[in-house]
Design a protein around this ligand. Structure first.
Ligand SMILES: *Cc1c(COP(=O)(O)O)cnc(C)c1O
Length: 454
């Protein structure tokens, strides 16, 4: 029998992260401060430690992973690369479908790949407390876990609807020692102002970011952490693709298409960018490689947004970043259950999409859950709703291969398991979910509020 799980040893955990900023066809537009000039390291140093800032701006191709971080990665890395043979059979496709399974981490997703180094660099800089925001709870639980590994206090502002609907994620954070508040909260100016306007404000990721940044900016012992979007997060996640490359090497294969779900872009970048490194280096195997970032049609940042400077949060606390955006006051529809709700996207992912080096696709949510269920029934693993977006695209690519008879190698990022997202599956099974194409007029309205830049 052919092996369907391709495993590496602890010694194979990469020693360096890959930084795609070294290989961009056009330089990255710098983040801008409130005065419209490039944000200075001093401004950003209020909420980030020096090592993170350095990574945020670095154009070095390879950046060493600290030994302390590799030690903790060993708790679950290298993660398995699996061939989805039973899914291939169910589809009747000649394609080979591989998935990199990041659900084996303590928090159940790829997010600890960046939470651990972020906690490490903050500890190294003498910081004792971290703040962050969390939506579904994936990032919050990852940073609670990572903070615990380095003895840091962690405070998490959790979007109120999720706080109420996802008690088990909250309890995971508390189990790892994190302190969790429903956002908007009475603990910050932003929260107090919004609660005065509307005590029943359901919260949003943008509001929670504002609260976490406000607290970190106001205390010298406290820094802010972000689970996606920023360059250093993208850098840390490159461990996924670097391992996957070694694993495919072991079976003598190279992907024709690499697929990842895309919210803020970190896990997509994590699996795809190490392959783009080959492309940049002129590796013939990568000449026709396609990389596809997959998002929901109800939050179509890459496929319907504008490539422009915008704030990272709802209240305009963060520097302006050049990225694909739906406007910082974008509110995803309540009917949407599949995650990936952020209004913007990683500036690195945005840069590469704008340059035509990667592709984006949007998938409707019913077909997305349908793909997740089909995957679970074939392969056993119940995927996170976010991951189902990549599965949908992978299945569609495999079905296209069936039509043409091509035996392509398809690689996708199975970013997490869905064990704490079963209420979204429940809504799908009971027919409570609908497809929703975010209307072009609504995109235009929220884009009209983009900040004016130079
Ligand atoms: C957070 C999350 C995502 C989306 O975030 P990215 O930064 O785009 O990777 C995808 N899958 C899972 C399981 C997540 O927790």
């Amino acid at each position: 029998m052919e092996a369907t799980r391709i495993l590496l040893d602890a010694a194979d955990i990469p020693t360096h992260w890959y930084n795609v900023a070294a290989d961009l066809p056009t330089p990255l537009a710098p983040p801008l401060g409130p005065d419209g000039h490039p944000a200075t390291p001093e401004q950003m140093g209020v909420i980030f430690p020096p090592a993170i800032l350095e990574q945020e701006m670095s154009t070095e191709r390879w950046i060493a992973i600290p030994q302390e971080v590799r030690e903790i990665y060993r708790l679950w890395r290298p993660s398995p690369l699996c061939r989805a043979v039973r899914l291939e059979q169910a589809l009747g496709t000649p394609a080979k479908i591989f998935f990199k399974y990041e659900g084996v981490s303590p928090a159940g997703s790829h997010k600890p790949n960046s939470a651990v180094p972020q906690a490490f660099y903050n500890k190294q800089a003498g910081i004792t407390r971290l703040t962050t925001e969390t939506g579904a709870g994936q990032w919050g639980s990852s940073i609670a876990f990572a903070g615990q590994m380095f003895g840091l206090e962690v405070r998490i502002y959790m979007v109120k609807v999720s706080y109420d609907q996802k008690p088990y994620r909250r309890l995971m954070m508390q189990t790892w020692g994190g302190e969790v508040f429903a956002s908007p909260s009475p603990h910050t100016e932003t929260g107090r102002r919004l609660l005065a306007e509307n005590p029943d404000n359901p919260g949003s990721l943008g509001i929670a970011i504002s609260e976490a940044v406000e607290e970190a900016a106001g205390r010298a012992d406290t820094n802010y952490t972000l689970g996606s979007v920023l360059n250093h997060v993208v850098l840390h996640q490159s461990i996924i693709g670097l391992e996957a490359k070694k694993q495919l090497d072991k079976v003598g294969l190279y992907p024709d298409v690499v697929i990842g779900p895309c919210g803020g872009g970190s896990s997509f970048a994590g699996i795809a960018f190490p392959f783009l490194a080959d492309k940049a280096a002129g590796d013939k195997r990568a000449a026709t490689l396609r990389c596809v970032a997959v998002e929901p049609t109800s939050c179509p940042t890459l496929t319907k947004g504008q490539y422009a400077y915008d704030f990272g949060d709802a209240s305009g606390f963060t520097p302006l970043m050049k990225m694909y955006t739906l406007g910082h006051d974008f509110m995803p529809p309540g009917i949407h259950a599949g995650g990936l709700r952020y209004h913007g996207d990683s500036p690195l992912v945005s840069n590469l999409l704008h340059a035509g080096l990667i592709e984006a696709a949007a998938v409707p949510q019913l077909a997305t859950f349908e793909a997740g269920v089909q995957f679970a029934r074939a392969e056993g693993i119940i995927p996170a709703p976010e991951s189902c977006h990549a599965i949908r695209q992978a299945i569609d690519e495999a079905l296209a291969c069936k039509a043409t008879g091509e035996a392509k190698t398809i690689l996708f990022n199975l970013t997490g398991h869905g064990h704490f997202d079963m209420s979204s599956y429940e809504r799908y099974f009971s027919g409570k979910l609908e497809d929703f194409d975010y209307p072009a007029e609504a995109v235009a309205t929220s884009l009209a509020h983009l900040p004016k830049v130079g």
